[in-house]
Design a protein around this ligand. Structure first.
Ligand SMILES: C[S@@+](CC[C@H](N)C(=O)[O-])C[C@H]1O[C@@H](n2cnc3c(N)ncnc32)[C@H](O)[C@@H]1O
Length: 382
């Protein structure tokens, strides 16, 4: 047998595989763990690793404490300044004992802090979260994902056949099937997206130079939050928004509130079936591609490629898999979220560039954003 080749059914014996097996034997042994915990040089690393493993085991309780802080109104109240337990207990509608338990739990994970006996302020993480409307909306929204993940193996075994809570929330295109609830569904998901869009738009604006473009079409542009941010920073741009017929009226209503965006053109349609409007120098897909499985995602890219004149560009912005330092966000969080939603998967920048090249784009490249947890950016030329 050649080095590294596997015999059928047996794992390959490459150097890397052998190293990983050896490493796992060592760090999994009681003897090594006790040694590392006692050794002054290894102790800090051993504690950090033990704490990371504990977080994996207990993470769901942290998320539920956070949800309790949001839903009770305590996080919002602490955002306005220090508060005493009896006031917080009134706001939450909880007995004082339950309020103290929640506050102590929140303190242990950095959301709240007892500044002086009986007086509470925000903790470090609470201070970051309380003013972030997008994060708060997602924390509330996670109720649905939490319910869908209650039995992870059942969810995975089901192969996305059954309706989940998330699939019901994101019923894209229900209007096509004449569902009378589709306008309400579109309004709900568009609002959730708009809440977190400001942070995404800020990252894109900081990363990509719009100065050289004269026009931009945002495909799947939702209620127009992204385009409003772009047009405030670059008023010279001619803008277009393409989305489903149930969503475009929401964007129209938002835009009519701000007269400065009269240069915005609206296009209704299905980006998988209808032609993409032509005549734009730049097309953006913001948090769209990861919602779609490989075949429809490829179809969408091909559809956009067909609409673009040579030299026009496509900008893709979304959180991407295999992001260094934020790996959990990719395949763990979005991987499970999109599985539960019933469509799509997170892709790495490398995979996205490969798909773009397959459908005829060139000069594909990834632009570095300062917060890849919020979004990464890939650009390609037609
Ligand atoms: C995840 S949201 C992203 C919205 C916005 N780009 C953002 O980042 O906030 C996906 C958007 O794609 C739109 N969409 C989904 N399927 C579509 C289709 N087949 N044709 C046109 N728009 C579609 C949805 O209506 C929604 O506005």
């Amino acid at each position: 047998m050649k080095q590294g080749r596997s015999i059928e059914g047996l794992p390959p014996r490459t150097l890397r595989m052998r190293f990983l097996e050896w490493r796992n034997r060592v760090i999994g042994s009681d003897r090594f763990q006790r040694f590392a915990a006692r050794n002054p040089l290894l102790r800090p690393v051993a504690r950090q690793r033990a704490s990371a493993v504990f977080d994996l085991v207990a993470g769901f309780t942290y998320s539920q404490v956070l949800l309790g802080m949001v839903e009770s109104g305590i996080l919002a109240r602490l955002g306005t300044g220090p508060a005493a337990v009896d006031e917080l207990s009134r706001i939450a509608g909880l007995p004082e004992t339950g309020t103290k338990r929640l506050l102590r739990a929140a303190q242990a994970i950095g959301i709240a802090q007892e500044g002086k006996a009986g007086w509470w302020v925000l903790g470090r993480h609470g201070a970051v979260l309380h003013g972030n409307g997008g994060a708060i909306a997602m924390i509330r929204h996670h109720r649905l994902l939490y319910a869908d993940l209650a039995d992870p193996l059942a969810l995975l075994a089901d192969e996305r056949r059954s309706d989940t809570q998330l699939a019901n929330f994101w019923k894209y295109g229900a209007a096509k099937h004449g569902d009378p609830r589709s306008a309400a569904i579109a309004a709900d998901y568009s609002e959730l997206m708009a809440d977190s869009q400001k942070a995404v738009a800020a990252e894109v604006l900081e990363t990509f130079s719009f100065h050289r473009c004269t026009s931009l079409l945002d495909v799947g542009g939702g209620n127009g939050t992204f385009l409003r941010a772009v047009s405030e920073a670059h008023p010279h741009l001619r803008l277009g928004l393409f989305d489903l017929p149930d969503v475009v009226p929401l964007a129209r209503a938002q835009v009519s509130e701000s007269a400065s965006h009269s240069a915005l053109q609206f296009h209704e349609g299905d980006f998988l079936a209808d032609p993409i409007p032509q005549g734009y120098e730049l097309v953006s897909l913001v948090r769209i591609l990861h919602d779609h499985d490989d075949e429809p995602a490829r179809q969408l890219l091909e559809n956009i490629r067909r609409a673009l004149a040579p030299g026009a560009r496509l900008l893709i912005a979304e959180p991407m898999a295999e992001t260094s330092g934020a790996e959990g966000m990719g395949d763990a969080y979005f991987g499970m979220y999109l599985w539960a939603m019933g469509s799509g998967r997170p892709r790495s920048a490398r995979e996205i560039r490969g798909m773009l090249e397959e459908v005829g784009f060139s000069a594909t490249r990834q632009l570095r954003t300062s917060q890849p947890l919020i979004t990464s950016v890939v650009v390609a030329t037609a």
